[in-house]
Design a protein around this ligand. Structure first.
Ligand code: SF4
Length: 434
């Protein structure tokens, strides 16, 4: 009975790489070290909602076909399209992402990732102000003040605090939780906030005000702060600034409560400036709590291949990037795409109504292991292997460290990488014949 050690959990951006998996008769029978979310991915999700076979919509119904027929139909859609949107690609491997970018370039498409509707604004902030960061290993070993700002790892990244941050023990943090100060800034008292030493409750959408107030205090201008800022009494803000200045190593982990609240990318921009200000006194870094396990990887691969992290338009024959114009939702709401590939994501469930309505009107190719609302509007459905379980591949953790995910069991499904390669070859063939 094979026991596979150090498997990587391909669920959240923590990419825990210490999972032990027991496999019997090509079935995963035991998981050790994974949290409840990881456990459900390794065992539960393999058992339900799988797309069992490729499908093509005929007379309004999705009917089973071979991989070859599905790829052929998908390639015809792409070859006949003048403006394809390729969206998703964050719950798959970097190798598949690289292939998807190549396909987008060949077809003059726009390719965008799920980051555009989650941590995309922090990518914009990083472009303007940089992203003073560290590895999770360094944070585990050194950080004595940890802030979770607009995120709730107890529910979204359950092992994060134990492995890397507030509860972990490291080289210079051997007392673990006892030697660390944990602060939560949020608009409501989350389960993470209940574990904190200090909980700072701010008014909805006022993150920028609090970050700016902290910057003013750190830079010696406490006198400009009103008696209450962002709904927080001045005395509390002064105390928070002192805690940060007097720390040995500060890490701010920030979530979508920061990137998607009012002021959007300016929140990350100001936070990056706060980190620079704090580095006059101590060591300080910031890290986004990335959700999809390889959303960081999409940004890495896209940036090294095109120069841009998301929302890349190849229509001009070269990469063009202008979020707000070339983002998936921007395009769909303007009703521009005449075809779409939705891969390893569920636009049908998560996009605004107007965007989904346009998707429902155009040919949609879905590449995904699981059925979801996007399946309902897809014209070609291509099932894929689950990376990290049925296929190996590379992914980037939230701190931009790359990890190799293992293949644990055999499968009848093609990998995303193979599907994209076949699709690209077929599109080339159709174009040559045209
Ligand atoms: Fe998997 Fe995330 Fe849980 Fe780690 S914290 S086991 S990566 S779901």
């Amino acid at each position: 009975m094979p026991v596979i050690k150090d498997a990587v959990c391909s669920l959240c951006g923590s990419l825990c790489d210490d999972i032990t998996v027991t496999v019997e008769n090509n079935k995963i029978t035991k998981i050790e070290n994974a949290c409840i979310l990881g456990h459900s991915k390794f065992v539960g999700m393999l058992q339900h909602d799988r797309i069992e076979t490729p499908m093509v919509r005929k007379d309004g119904e999705l009917v089973p076909v071979s991989y070859e027929e599905a790829i052929e139909e998908a390639a015809k859609i792409l070859a006949n399209s003048r403006r394809t949107l390729s969206y998703g690609w964050c719950s798959t491997s970097c190798e598949a992402v690289s292939g998807a970018i190549q396909l987008a370039e060949e077809t003059g498409s726009i390719i965008d990732s799920t980051a555009n509707v989650c941590h995309g604004p922090s990518a914009l902030a990083a472009q303007e102000k940089g992203s003073p960061s560290a590895t999770l290993g360094e944070i585990k070993n050194r950080a004595d003040v940890i802030i979770f700002w607009g995120c709730n790892p107890v529910h979204a990244h359950p092992r994060h605090m134990v492995r890397y941050s507030s509860f972990s023990k490291g080289l210079f943090t051997e007392k673990g939780r006892k030697g660390k100060k944990m602060i939560v800034v949020d608009v409501r008292k989350t389960d993470t906030a209940k574990l904190a030493d200090t909980y700072v409750e701010i008014e909805q959408g006022s993150d920028l005000l609090l970050v700016t107030a902290l910057r003013s205090i750190v830079n010696g201008h406490a006198d400009v702060i009103p008696e209450t800022i962002a709904g927080v009494p001045k005395a509390e803000v002064l105390e928070l600034a002192e805690t940060l200045k007097n720390a040995k190593f500060v890490c701010i982990f920030f979530g979508m409560g920061v990137t998607q609240s009012r002021s959007k990318y300016k929140n990350g921009d100001a936070m990056s400036s706060l980190i620079s200000d704090l580095n006059q006194y101590t060591k300080a870094v910031m890290i986004g709590m990335r959700g999809h396990y390889n959303v960081t990887g999409f940004g890495q691969v896209a940036t090294w291949e095109t120069g841009f992290p998301m929302a890349i338009d190849f229509a001009r024959g070269y990469p063009y990037y202008n979020p707000g114009e070339t983002g998936a939702n921007d395009l769909l709401v303007r009703e521009e795409p005449d075809a779409a590939i939705i891969a390893a994501a569920d636009a049908g469930a998560h996009f605004p109504q107007k965007a989904v309505r346009h998707l429902a009107r155009i040919p949609v190719i879905q590449i995904d292991p699981y059925a979801n609302p996007t399946t309902e509007i897809a014209d070609v459905v291509i099932p894929s292997a689950v990376v990290g379980i049925e296929a190996e591949g590379t992914a980037y953790r939230m701190d931009a460290i790359s990890l190799r995910m293992k293949k644990l069991i055999d499968t009848k499904f093609k990998t995303d990488e193979e599907i994209v390669k076949d699709l690209t070859a077929k599109v080339r063939e159709l174009k040559r014949g045209a």
